[in-house]
Ligand binder design. Structure first.
Ligand SMILES: Nc1nc2c(c(=O)[nH]1)N[C@H]1C(S)=C(S)[C@@H](COP(=O)(O)OP(=O)(O)OC[C@H]3O[C@@H](n4cnc5c(=O)[nH]c(N)nc54)[C@H](O)[C@@H]3O)O[C@H]1N2
Ligand SMILES: Nc1nc2c(c(=O)[nH]1)N[C@H]1C(S)=C(S)[C@@H](COP(=O)(O)OP(=O)(O)OC[C@H]3O[C@@H](n4cnc5c(=O)[nH]c(N)nc54)[C@H](O)[C@@H]3O)O[C@H]1N2
Ligand SMILES: [Mo]
Length: 820
């Protein structure tokens, strides 16, 4: 598709142009969409590429180059396995998103202080490309690839365009500072390989063989909403097979609401490992454990002999998991009775016993942990504790089970997708990685970040001492932020992070590519207006959580990008030319040619049923859907448990005691905010800063624990500015009636933590347990006189990396609430 020239555009759109480069009126901006081509209504397949785990296909109907309406998938007969992938309210609101008044239309340069929207100045693409190109090249030349970060950002799940294009550009220059983990699942992603030797878990389809779903903070019906997502699939099997389901959550989630055969238990945030320890005590002392599984397949339940061939010394009983639970271990001498657990987690002791009994009685319990439970100050240990629960009852590697500490995944029809960012014949790539969450430290003092203090990984061997410690030695000097709001809104401590980003002598260059004027966009030095999904040609895959139904969508468009928006691939290709790596980046091919080649090389080979060329695939006008029947390979660790062999853990078995973690507990530095156990080598319950049990005087009047769940009204902060969705789901802090002191439902209140204050409406409801409150994450940070009137939960959250993964503890907060 031809992109119109800047001159032509600026003449046509001068009426709509504003200094800030986005429409100033509050009306939708369909009027700035150019009239073009077909006066007849046409339909193009496109997709909703937000990060909910399912790239739902969309039928985009347009006329005169403007979207007139959006429909969702209506192909197939809608029987199971041939079902329609119907988009949720967010997917259906995409017309509003494209024409939203805050849509960015022109490249802009910050002429004042970072964060100040009023001092952006509109510039040409030519200026943007030449200035960014020379500054970025200069940073590579002066500080090296390790000083450049392509920031974590999950806004657009394209195959070819988007983040892949940006990473490809950086890879042409020698790569960039890497990060491990994601804001979603950093703790679980770090822990599960330590426990199981791999990312072991089961697909959601495996629940069909289960007789008991035991979900800890797993909320599939709100966070997997697609018509072919894990939520739909779970509910299908749950209803079909009448599977008893138990959900442990501090919030009565939509996964529970109005369903039969469900049991709910309210557990305080960050205390699941205590509840599980109480269950473990009951299981052990009543001989309800799977002895054979624990002794043959697991390591560290009781004492272990030395394993010299693996370099492991003997494990004395007092270091074992059972000793910890019975109160005769090295960590403490408290038996973890259900009464002990109840006082911490809030689930009554007899309910804890009854939960243990139900689990032991089930044939194939499917235990799963939502990611919210690991987005805690002790997240790693909630993961490990939930895994321990599965081990105790032998609910691993048997049809119908999961591995406990992990959220289910999807087979996605057996077709995965996604463009490789590998550059053929490119330079060697930087290997060093920090945790996804610790980039502010790397801006302020990356040089002194270390393996043992900050969890730095993959330094070169000569940078490490004999123990394996070493320094990063470089500060971040440039940030590329494509399709992310984690610079401010989705990271912790918005006010604190803003102060770090404002220091231009620290990070010298911030480039943001966006569709909307988000809180993070305001911190750009250069703000690049991107075309939206519906204005782009690409291939969309089914993303990562679309259940058993695989999907490939030929994304075509009859729309021109609004204003002077440009697709990222073209921007990166132009930057590559300026930086002297154009040949490596594009090899002389246009975007269209690259997409055609990508289709032939990567997509077409996925199935003989796919047409040979992109053109045929697009002209067919059909989605490619492929349902995969569930098989034993979808059951996590089925091979190890049923057929034997060794896992890639230190002991070769599933670990209830980890020597690798024990090494960390001995060598890693303890941050000054840690108040409980620091990196114990078994799945113990850890008392944390700002957890239920934190006795610190500075939070003595902040009695309420605060979480921020993922709401149906947004995907993170994406869609926040879409008014339809703000009307459909109301943002408010959920408070139990027992905690609503001095205010009533609907009042404006101040929610205050040590980091700052947020002004929001209160929703007084029994759906949140007493002592806990919930402000759904993703609302946009909007400071006014030192108070965030936008209602962003991250104004309240802390930048305190978790113990092992050094990750985001954003559901661990203590606050007070009072009438505004
Ligand atoms: N509608 C919608 N869907 C989404 C997203 C979205 O923003 N909106 N985001 C997508 C992404 S990227 C991700 S990573 C996933 C996120 O999925 P999750 O991380 O699993 O979602 P959360 O809402 O953070 O947490 C899930 C549930 O855990 C509960 N919870 C929080 N802390 C605790 C705890 O300590 N113990 C227990 N037992 N329960 C707890 C919350 O009340 C919530 O109901 O969702 C994806 N899907
Ligand atoms: N307190 C708290 N904070 C959290 C969480 C939590 O549970 N609690 N959850 C965390 C999790 S799980 C995640 S995954 C992160 C998510 O954090 P992010 O990855 O920052 O996700 P979004 O907030 O959705 O921001 C995506 C941005 O991409 C933009 N975008 C969308 N499409 C395009 C495109 O085609 N081009 C360009 N250039 N831009 C586009 C959108 O406008 C949006 O501003 O948040 C984390 N933050
Ligand atoms: Mo996420």
């Amino acid at each position: 598709m031809e992109r119109r020239s800047f001159l032509k555009m600026s003449a046509a759109l001068s009426a709509a142009a504003t200094v800030s480069g986005c429409n100033s009126s509050s009306k939708d901006i369909e009027e700035v969409a150019p009239s073009k081509g077909a006066t007849e209504e046409v339909m193009n397949w496109s997709a909703c590429l937000c990060n909910c785990g399912s790239n739902c296909p969309l039928k985009v109907f347009s006329k005169d180059g403007k979207i007139v309406r959006i429909e969702t998938d209506d192909t197939g007969d809608d029987s199971w396995g041939n079902h329609q992938i119907r988009a949720c309210a967010r997917g259906r609101s995409n017309r509003k998103r494209v024409y939203n008044p805050d849509r960015l239309l022109y490249p802009m340069k910050q002429m004042g202080e970072r964060g100040d929207e009023s001092t952006f100045q509109r510039i040409t693409w030519e200026q943007a490309i030449s200035e960014i190109g020379s500054q970025l090249k200069g940073i590579y030349d002066t500080y090296g690839a390790r000083s450049v970060l392509r920031h974590y950002a999950s806004g657009a799940y394209y195959d070819l365009n988007g983040s892949n294009a940006w990473q490809r550009l950086l890879n042409c220059m020698g790569g960039s500072l890497g990060y491990y983990g994601s804001y979603s699942s950093a703790q679980v992603g770090r822990m599960i390989p330590l426990i199981y030797g791999s990312g072991a878990r089961s697909t959601i389809a495996e629940v069909q063989h289960s007789d008991l779903c035991f979900f800890i903070g797993y909320n599939p019906l709100e966070m997997r909403q697609s018509g072919s997502g894990e939520g739909y699939e779970f509910n299908y099997y749950r209803e079909k097979n009448n599977i008893k389901t138990i959900i442990i959550d501090c919030r009565y989630s939509d996964s529970l609401a109005g369903k039969d055969n469900m049991e709910y238990h309210a557990c305080r945030p960050g205390t699941d490992a205590a509840m599980i320890s109480g269950m473990a005590y009951h299981l052990i002392t009543n001989n309800l454990i799977d002895e054979n599984f624990l002794t043959t397949k697991c390591y560290g339940f009781r004492a272990e002999d030395a394993l010299p061939e693996k370099g492991l010394e003997a494990l004395p009983y007092e270091r074992s998991y059972e000793a910890y639970i019975l109160g005769v271990g090295e960590l403490d001498n408290t038996p973890k009775t259900p009464e002990w657990a109840a006082a911490i987690c809030g689930v009554p002791a007899d309910q804890i016993r009854q939960l243990a009994e139900q689990l032991a009685a089930a044939n194939a319990p499917y235990i799963a942990l939502g990611y919210g439970v690991q987005r805690q100050a002790n997240g790693e240990y909630n993961v490990w504790a939930a895994s321990a629960l599965a081990m105790l009852v032998g609910a691993v590697g048997k049809r119908g089970t999961n591995t406990g500490g992990y959220m289910p995944n999807s087979s996605n029809g057996g077709i995965s997708s996604g463009m490789s960012t590998v550059v053929k014949d490119g330079p060697a790539l930087e290997t060093a990685q920090i945790s996804v969450f610790t980039w502010p430290d790397a801006i302020l003092d990356g040089k002194n970040m270390t393996v043992f203090k900050d969890g730095v990984m993959h330094l070169s061997p000569e940078e490490l001492d004999a123990d394996g410690n070493g320094r990063l030695n470089v500060d971040i000097k440039a940030i590329i932020n494509f399709a992310g709001n984690t610079l401010i809104n989705q990271h912790s401590d918005c006010f604190g992070t803003a102060e770090i980003l404002k220091q231009k002598d620290k990070c010298e260059l911030i480039v943001v590519s966006e569709n909307h004027m988000t809180p993070s966009a305001k911190f750009a030095d250069y703000l690049l207006p991107d075309s939206t999904w519906l204005e782009s040609e690409d291939i969309a895959n089914g993303s990562y959580s679309s259940g058993s139904m695989g999907l490939i969508t030929p994304m075509t468009t009859s729309l021109e990008p609004l204003g002077d928006c440009r697709k990222s691939w073209e921007v990166c290709a132009a930057l590559a030319d300026v930086m002297g790596v154009g040949g490596l980046f594009h090899g002389g091919l246009s975007y269209q040619e690259t997409l055609e080649k990508y289709y032939v090389d990567v997509i077409a080979p996925k199935s003989t049923e796919l047409p040979a060329t992109l053109q045929e695939f697009q002209n067919n006008g059909k989605l490619f859907k492929k349902f995969k029947e569930n098989s034993e390979s979808e059951c996590g660790l089925y091979g190890y448990v049923q057929n034997g062999g060794e896992l890639a853990t230190a002991s070769g078995r599933i670990e209830l005691f980890s020597h690798a973690v024990d090494f960390m507990s001995k060598h890693w530095e303890k941050p000054d905010y840690v108040i409980g156990l620091h990196i114990p080598p078994i799945p113990a319950y850890i008392v944390t800063w700002e957890g239920y049990e934190d006795p610190s005087p500075e939070i003595a009047d902040m009695k309420l624990q605060l979480i921020g769940h993922h709401t149906k009204g947004r995907t993170h902060s994406s869609f926040h500015s879409v008014q339809w969705l703000r009307e459909a789901t109301h943002d408010a802090v959920w408070v139990n009636p027992a905690d609503a002191k001095g205010f009533v439902d609907g009042d404006y209140v101040i929610v205050e933590s040590l980091r700052g204050k947020v002004r929001v409406k209160a929703h007084v409801t029994n759906r949140i347990m007493p002592g806990v409150c919930d402000l759904a994450q993703g609302a946009w940070f909007k400071p006014e006189n030192g108070v965030d009137v936008g209602g962003c939960v991250n104004t309240l959250t802390a930048y305190r990396p978790s113990p092992i993964a050094k990750a985001n503890p954003q559901h661990t907060n203590r606050v007070r609430i009072y009438k505004a």
